[in-house]
Design a protein around this ligand. Structure first.
Ligand code: CP
Length: 323
């Protein structure tokens, strides 16, 4: 199994995919940290959180403080983490745009910000413009750090967790056939999800992307090392009839050489007709042109439910890191 190193200096840091499976991570920076037993424990807690939210929340974490430090815009992830902490009874410290509204505008480094914020809070959620930014934060942090997206081509592991939870709530994860579509070279959600899917037996992944925007070799190498089946495709039409899950992600039109090409990667009413009747359509959102609004009313479209599931998964994760 992979020997990916993660925040090794921390006393509780997870030793990924080792015999310490049962141990919880101190930080969550990359999907590779999460073993199947940890995922199942997290999903069990997430189911419990669905019940907690249904009764309005809990006060169990009323003495705990979450800090959100986002250097890039976010609607879903920041609101979701802040709502998660509040539903747990905790409190939130936040800055809307950390790069502009913190001392980093005066060139303070993320490491110094994290050291300071960690002395005011119990857990920090970071979105950073550089791949590796969250890992840098974790290496100096006194409290758990959660990566809420780092750079272009980094990771977004909690998005992948809620993606996987949404699939898990619908069907078994073993033997799934999944199309991951979009500008995959920079897609941090797609990258994190690929690592998670790779943990389950007989999963097959189709990466569907313009060739120049295909998944990077680091993920493909990981899949090869772990014996995970995958194919690289350049047309949604070639896979859409056979997949159980369509994981659509953003394609910025300016990144495609020929705008006509976009039709090979977009989901619309004509693509819907070709999909399995029980397929699942996911998208981390926000969307651009790759997911037509006419898809929203199709019962297979789960992306709003997927975003809602983020609350349960992030509540579960916070409890796992704080307990
Ligand atoms: N899916 C996601 O990360 O959305 P935000 O950028 O709105 O947080």
């Amino acid at each position: 199994m992979s020997n990916t190193t993660l925040v090794p200096a921390q006393p509780n840091a997870i030793d990924p995919e080792s015999k310490r499976d049962a141990m919880k991570p101190r930080h969550l920076i990359e999907s590779q940290q999460l073993t199947v037993p940890l995922l199942m424990e997290l999903f069990k807690r997430s189911r419990g959180m669905e019940r907690v939210v249904a009764r309005g929340g809990t006060l169990d974490y009323q003495n705990r403080i979450l800090a959100t430090l986002f250097y890039q815009p976010s609607t879903r992830t920041r609101f979701c983490f802040e709502a998660a902490m509040q539903r747990l009874g905790g409190k939130v410290l936040s800055t809307e745009h950390a790069g502009a509204f913190s001392s980093e505008v005066e060139a303070e480094q993320v490491e110094d910000s994290i050291r300071i914020i960690g002395s005011y809070s119990d857990v920090i959620v970071v979105r950073h413009p550089e791949a590796g930014g969250a890992k840098r934060a974790a290496q100096v942090s006194l409290v758990p750090v959660i990566n809420a997206g780092d750079g272009e081509g980094g990771q977004h592991p909690t998005q992948a967790l809620l993606d996987l939870y949404t699939i898990y709530r619908e069907r078994p994860l073993v033997g799934l056939s999944v199309a991951i579509i979009g500008e995959l070279d920079k897609g941090r959600t797609a990258r994190s999800l690929a690592y998670l899917l790779a943990k389950f037996e007989r999963v097959k992944i189709f990466f569907v992307s313009p060739p120049e925007l295909q998944m990077k070799p680091d993920i493909l190498d990981y899949l090869n090392e772990h014996g995970v089946q995958y194919e690289l495709e350049a047309d949604i039409d070639r896979v859409i009839r056979e997949v159980d899950v369509v994981y659509q992600t953003r394609i910025r039109p300016e990144r495609v050489r020929d705008r006509q090409e976009l039709q090979h990667y977009a989901i619309n009413s004509s693509v819907l007709k070709k999909m399995k009747s029980d397929a699942l359509i996911l998208h981390p959102l926000p969307r651009t042109v790759e997911l037509d609004k006419t898809v929203d009313d199709d019962p297979r479209a789960l992306y709003f439910k997927q975003a809602a599931n983020g609350l349960f998964v992030r509540m579960a994760l916070l409890t796992m890191l704080l307990d």
